[in-house]
Each structure stands twice: as C-alpha cells, then as structure tokens.
Design a binder for this molecule. Structure first.
Ligand code: HOZ
Length: 429
C-alpha cells in the first residue's frame, strides 16, 4: 500500500468523506485523491513522491506559484513576531492601503478569514443599508457556504448535484432569488416581481464555480444600470477573479464600479484571508460605528497580512510582466489542448479569461450554468483521471476553473498538451 493510500484510509476514519472540503474527495471524477506532501513553483509532490503540474493552485491563491520565496520569507518574519495578537497592527493598514490603491471602488474594507465570511457579511451589510430582504444571485455562482447563498450554487454543490443544502431552512432560502447568469431580462423581471424588496445583486463577474464562464458583452454593465435604477447594491464577488483576471480584478477588466466587493484567495497569498469593502457610507454601517455586527478573532491575522502584502506588492510592482505572462501561458495551454481535442474529434468548448479557464466537454458554447450542466461529465472524469496519471493535476470537477501561475513554463504547457493528446487517444481506442 502506498503512503497516500494509507493516509487516505486514516482520513476516512477521521473526516466525513476523508476530507475537509468536499470537492477534494474526487467523488465526481473517481480515483483516489493523492495526499500532498509539498509544493514548489508549479509543481505538487504527493506522499509517494509523484510530481504533478498543478492547475488548481490551491483553488486560486497561488498565482505566483507555491512557496514563492518573498512570500515564504514574509510569513517566516511575521511568525517570529507571533502568529496572532487579536489586536490592531500596522500590517492591516499597509495591506488595506494597497488594496484601496488598486481598487477604486473601495474606500474602506474589513478583513475576515475566508471568502465565505466576506460574502456573508457583505450581504448582511447590503440588507441593513437598503432596509430590504431579498438577494439576487445567479445559478452556478458560488459565494461560500452561508445558509442563504447555497441556493442553486456552483462548486461542490453543483459537483455533487445538491439542489440546495439540507439544514438550510426554507424560510432562509426564500429570500434568495437564483436567476440564470448572462440573462439581463431575468434580472429586470425579478426587480419587477419584487419591486422595492431586493437589497442586492451578488455575482461572480466571471463565473469560476460552474467552470469558467465569461460575462456576455454588456451584461455586467446591465447589472450596474439595473441595480442603480432600482436602489439595490451591486456586489462583485471577486474572491476568485480578484488580482487574477487583472490586478484590479474583473471590475478593472470590464470597467464597472460595484458598490461592494468581496475578495479572498490571492489576497492572503495562500493564508486564510478574505475581505469585503466598498464606499465608506456603506462600510460605516458596520459595528462599532453602526448597527451591523460582524467580528472575528483571527481577522487581519498578521501571518495572512504578511503573505498578502508580499503577494500583492509583487503583483503590483511586476504587473507589466506578470499579467502578459499569465495571459500568454494560459492561452497556450487552453488553446493547445482545445486544438488537440479538435484534431481527434473530441467535442470541447474552452472558456478562458486571463489565467482562469475550463475545458467543457461539449460542442456547444457555455454561457450559463444550464450550458455547463449539459457537459459530458463522465468524459471529463475519464480525462481528469488520465491527466492525473500522466502527472497533470486539474481541478477535480467539470464545475471548477483551472488556474495558471507565473511559475508555469512553456515546457509545462508542452507536457500538458502531450498528456491531453494521449488521454484523448486512449479514450478513443
Ligand atoms: N469551493 C472551493 C473551490 N471553488 C473548493 C475549496 C477546496 O476544496 O479546498
């Protein structure tokens, strides 16, 4: 028995499904998830010494590759001064100033420990600010696992075909309206049906949690126009897209100014960290200034602040090289595998925005969750297993985006395309 297997057997006794987050169990793709021992740059090594080219990057944070030396050093130095104080530090202000300088829509923010906390708190704030109860979200978008947001959610919820979640009272879900993404008319209709009752529209501006689905031309602009007209807040969930599709996230790329933004992943350089922010008049409704309560023992944790500062500082200083490099490498791998599929007659639709992309196993364009759900997930699963066997670790679900880091090389791309060619040929024979 290999070490990964014995670790897995132990984990199955200790954790539900053997994991601490459902998609990691590989249930949607089959096969056994390797246990990771260490990672460096674009590579992961499992407990049996096998090396993999990593295309999930800890689900997004590792944009500079694993164990990036300036980030490691910053964490080491911060840890030597203590891992947590539960009190204010200069580093919180330093990271906040960096964020505010990058995101013009954010005047004030608050740090939390995860994307889930960020979105849950932003929704509470939007409800308090507007005095309204309903929340509009979109099918296949995932905004963490807070009760009211698990309605027709993406990520693991879509992966396991769970329509909502047991344990969420109907009364809670009642105030969440889940609409098809990329459908402006559906948003207009919801505001008509719930006139004066919708507090906010929350959206992944580029969907990542149903696989990668870009906004149609003018769609995000329409969300901005409709929410402004109706007095509702527009929340961009940039947990995945922030600092990835552009330094200033999807709002920079598409030129939109949301009222509130949630972020996480890259923000904390791989450490548990999230934030929500926006206009001061909204943010100042939070306690202790206002009546909206939100708190956290580890919020603004010094190790997370240090890793975030090192990561964002590097991205800002080197943005002129980083983002073109990510674009070039991501295009080569996404298009290279797509061309290989086309050459052997495998129906594949490739969606990509910068360094996030998905190979959907369908010949049809994927514009919304219904389109993603029509994919051949069995074919995706077989492809995933073959790629893993060849040393390429893709996100283990058709409904998750893949990520490229600055540590990936042209040679990694070549190896990935060759692995895909072999996987497609094996599936055809
Ligand atoms: N929901 C996360 C990706 N969209 C998965 C996180 C994990 O399993 O670590």
């Amino acid at each position: 028995m290999g070490r990964s297997e014995s670790l897995r057997l132990r984990a199955e006794k200790l954790f539900p499904g053997g994991v601490n987050s459902p998609v990691r169990a590989f249930r949607a793709v089959g096969g056994a998830p390797p246990f990771v021992e260490r990672a460096e740059g674009a590579y992961l090594w499992d407990a049996d010494g096998n090396r993999y080219i990593d295309y999930f990057g800890s689900w997004g944070p590792m944009i500079l590759g694993h164990a990036f030396p300036p980030v490691v050093e910053a964490i080491r130095a911060a840890a030597a001064r203590s891992a947590s104080f539960g009190a204010s530090t200069a580093a919180e202000g330093d990271l906040a100033e960096l964020v505010v300088s990058i995101w013009p829509s954010i005047e004030k923010l608050r740090f939390v420990s995860s994307g889930t906390e960020a979105t849950m708190s932003a929704i509470r704030l939007a409800r308090a600010f507007t005095g309204r109860k309903y929340v509009v979200k979109f099918e296949g978008c995932y905004h963490g696992h807070a009760d009211g947001l698990l309605v027709k959610a993406g990520s693991g919820v879509a992966t396991f075909g769970i329509p909502g979640s047991a344990g969420v009272p109907e009364e809670t879900a009642h105030f969440t309206l889940a609409l098809p993404y990329n459908d402006e008319a559906a948003v207009d209709a919801a505001f008509l049906a719930h006139n004066g009752e919708i507090a906010c529209v929350i959206v992944e501006p580029v969907v990542g949690n149903a696989g990668c689905i870009p906004p149609a031309d003018g769609y995000l602009q329409a969300l901005r126009r409709i929410t402004e007209r109706e007095g509702a807040l527009l929340i961009f969930d940039e947990v995945m897209t922030g600092f990835r599709v552009a330094l200033g996230g999807a709002q920079e790329l598409y030129g939109i100014r949301p009222d509130l933004t949630t972020m996480g992943k890259i923000l904390g350089g791989g450490l548990p960290c999230g934030a929500f922010g926006g206009r001061a008049e909204i943010m100042d409704r939070l306690a202790p200034l206002g009546p909206v309560y939100q708190a956290g023992t580890l919020s603004g944790n010094p190790l997370a602040m240090a890793a975030g500062l090192a990561t964002l500082g590097y991205l800002r200083e080197h943005r002129a090289e980083v983002y073109p490099r990510l674009e070039r490498l991501s295009a080569s791998v996404a298009d290279g595998v797509a061309a290989t599929a086309a050459s052997v007659g495998v129906p594949l639709t490739t969606n990509r925005v910068g360094a996030m992309f998905t190979w959907f196993f369908t010949a049809e364009p994927v514009r919304d969750f219904a389109g993603a759900a029509r994919c051949d997930t069995r074919r995706f699963a077989a492809f995933h297993r073959a790629m893993l066997e060849a040393g390429v670790w893709l996100p283990p679900s058709q409904f998750e985006a893949a990520f490229v880091s600055t540590a990936h090389t042209d040679d990694d791309v070549r190896q990935t395309i060759e692995a895909a060619r072999q996987a497609f040929s094996a599936a055809a024979s």
